[in-house]
Design a protein around this ligand. Structure first.
Ligand SMILES: C[S@@+](CC[C@H](N)C(=O)[O-])C[C@H]1O[C@@H](n2cnc3c(N)ncnc32)[C@H](O)[C@@H]1O
Length: 224
């Protein structure tokens, strides 16, 4: 798909979990204060744990290291999860091997689950466990379209200063259109301009306390 893959480097964040660094953007994939800590706070606690229905369609913007998919798998309740993840620049197997997320949990099958997420072929719906299917889409968010309506969106693009084209009114309008009524979008970003774009797209927007190292984050709801 994308011909030139940007270089990424492995780094350790303050909670002991790894993250990746993009030298060309001077940007990390996660908070340097703790990758797992941030994903748990922003996407699992403020997102997944707020969804009340049993069978959940999730859309992730930026599959990256697979951390959010992995934490969703580990924290899901009863019911089916249908997880779709968009990624423009999939990471190499060599980099996947250096990521330490499975080792952060005392689980017998953690390694197998994490590998299964990465080994799942792109563009195909894959059964990871009996109640978790994954479809990874190697596309640019700007070209995203789907028949599915999502209950939960993990908006995990690089920061608006680095990728302003992914945080526009138009992008949030597209995402809004792809969500169920009552659906939730969460992101680590709390910028005023992002909040205004979400409001313009039709979301109700709340600012919540952010993870360690970050004052605030955003949760947006499609009320009608
Ligand atoms: C902040 S990182 C987060 C990645 C992931 N959620 C994780 O936990 O590792 C942003 C991700 O968005 C991807 N990305 C960048 N531009 C994109 C685009 N235009 N469309 C889709 N994904 C993009 C990056 O390659 C990267 O994997």
């Amino acid at each position: 798909m994308s011909s030139i893959k940007p270089k990424v480097e492995i780094r350790l964040s303050a909670d002991g979990s790894t993250t990746l660094y993009r030298p060309d953007l001077d940007e990390h994939y996660h908070s340097v204060h703790g990758a797992i800590q941030e994903s748990m706070h922003v996407f699992i606690q403020a997102g997944l744990q707020r969804i009340e229905c049993q069978n959940i369609n999730i859309l992730e913007v930026g599959f990256g290291t697979g951390l959010n998919a992995f934490l969703t798998l580990l924290n899901k309740k009863e019911g089916q999860i249908n997880y779709h993840a968009i990624e423009k620049y999939p990471i190499s197997n060599q980099i996947v091997e250096t990521i330490n997320y499975p080792q952060q949990f005392n689980l017998q099958n953690g390694n197998d689950l994490f590998r299964a997420l990465h080994q799942a072929p792109w563009g195909k719906e894959v059964l990871i466990t009996d109640d978790f299917t994954l479809r990874k889409l190697e596309i640019d968010l700007l070209n995203f379209a789907s028949e599915i309506r999502y209950h939960l969106v993990y908006f995990d693009a690089f920061a608006p200063e680095k990728q302003p084209e992914l945080w526009t009114d138009q992008v949030f309008e597209t995402i809004f259109k792809h969500m169920q009524t009552g659906g939730i979008l969460t992101t680590y970003c709390a910028k005023g301009a992002v909040r205004r774009s979400m409001l313009a797209a039709g979301f109700k927007v709340e600012r919540l306390p952010g993870p360690p190292g970050k004052r605030q984050m955003i949760r947006a709801i499609k009320e009608s």
